[in-house]
Design a protein around this ligand. Structure first.
Ligand SMILES: [Zn+2]
Length: 413
């Protein structure tokens, strides 16, 4: 665009051409972009003498009344009544023309992208992962974020699905991750907390997989409380999960493998799961652990159960690492499993992170870490260990730490 004002080219047909006396016109795009819904007024104001131009455009609903092209771009047709901004394909679009989105995507592996909700009003900045499997005509979505509510009032795209289907991603050759929704969705929820499920209603009609470990935990009546939506006074999304067993291999609607296994790893919540991508040696652990932000347990969690799940994952990763193998995630060199969490942590060596998190939690339970603050949360005395900027810190009801301490003492006796 090199300094030139970007323009769109408008082609006039039939009555519109008669009224304006033109067949084509270049219309400059203002800095702040141009909404299609405002295009009628823009054109009318450019042609004050064009008899009945507004009526001509207005009376042809649901038809592509105008062909809009930008110099050297492919021709695109638009429907005047869709309230979307003009966007043109690929990276040639002047940024002023594309809508701002609540999400950003970057590539993790040849198949998988990290989608981050980067400025949400809850300050959760949740990680969403999308694995594209063209051979199965499917896209697996791990978690759905917190619904696109952003601190940035200029955000136009709040729907995760709209982002996936319409927003060009530089790391994906400038294409949306699932352009036009041509791949079937399979959604897996690492657990039912609000910051992982608020986008789930976008995917109604697709399989929504969740843990069968403690099925009553996901009962519809319990969801407002267990999702923490009640505590935040927000509407609980409605969805009907398909509860799957430990070791379940995820398949598409056509029963093709997506190369991802579900592991039950309760602790953070009873329904917490991890997912393992065998070919790419990638482990996705949801909120079981992450670095640089407090690991949080709600009152429904259990540190005792968490230790058992972490021991399971440590063994699991050790076995995978022990087999000399090349993963399909990159350079073809023998590699170790990498860990990707529901917040903050991605692409880190799984074994090291798991062991370090476990050691930290052992220190807390053994009384080697100090409580830095206390407050009441959901009717319980809640303690925080560690500070912002520490690699690991913890926030949970004090009862969970004391239960774990008792449990260890009993085991040592
Ligand atoms: Zn959570």
């Amino acid at each position: 665009m090199s300094g030139q004002t970007p323009t769109i080219k408008v082609l006039y047909f039939a009555a519109a051409s008669t009224a304006t006396g033109l067949t084509t016109e270049e219309v400059p795009i203002p800095e702040e972009g141009l909404k299609l819904s405002e295009l009628t007024n823009t054109l009318v104001s450019r042609h004050p003498d064009a008899q009945g131009l507004k009526e001509i455009i207005d009376t042809i609903p649901q038809k592509p009344v105008l062909w809009i092209a930008a110099a050297s771009f492919a021709m695109l047709s638009y429907w005047m009544y869709s309230d979307i901004q003009i966007s043109l394909p690929y990276n040639k679009i002047p940024t002023a023309m594309s809508q701002k989105s609540a999400f950003q995507a970057s590539r993790l592996t040849p198949s998988t992208f990290l989608i981050k909700e980067y400025d949400d009003i809850y300050s959760e900045h949740p990680h969403i992962y999308a694995k594209v499997v063209p051979s199965a005509n499917a896209i697996l979505i791990i978690d759905t974020g917190c619904g696109g509510a952003s601190n940035d009032t200029g955000i136009g795209i709040k729907s995760l699905r709209e982002f996936i289907e319409t927003v060009d991603v530089e790391d994906n050759a400038g294409q949306p991750l699932n352009e036009g929704g041509k791949l079937d969705y399979v959604v897996a929820l690492t657990h039912c907390h609000y910051d992982h499920i608020l986008g789930v209603e976008d995917f109604a009609g697709s399989p929504i997989l969740a843990s069968a470990h403690s099925s009553s935990f996901l009962d519809r009546e319990a969801m407002p409380e267990h999702s923490l939506c009640n505590a935040l006074n927000i509407k609980t999304p409605k969805y009907t999960p398909t509860l799957v067993p430990h070791g379940y291999d995820i398949v598409s609607a056509g029963k093709a493998s997506l190369g991802m296994q579900i592991l039950h790893t309760p602790g953070h919540t009873p329904d917490e799961i991890a997912l393992y991508d065998e070919a790419e040696m990638m482990l996705y652990v949801g909120d079981s652990l992450y670095e640089w932000e407090p690991i949080i347990f709600p009152k429904e969690g259990s540190i005792i159960t968490w230790f058992a799940s972490m021991d399971y994952l440590i063994d699991f990763v050790r076995q995978k690492n022990a087999v000399v193998q090349t993963s399909q995630r990159g350079d073809g060199k023998p590699s170790d499993v990498l860990i990707n969490s529901g917040h903050c942590t991605a692409l880190q060596p799984a074994l090291e992170v798991l062991l370090a998190a476990k050691t930290y939690m052992e220190d807390v339970v053994a009384g080697r870490k100090e409580v830095l603050s206390r407050r009441q949360n959901r009717g319980e005395e809640t303690v925080t260990y560690g500070e912002v900027g520490d690699r690991f810190s913890l926030r949970c009801p004090e009862r969970l730490v004391l239960d774990a301490r008792d449990n260890f003492k009993t085991r040592l006796e």
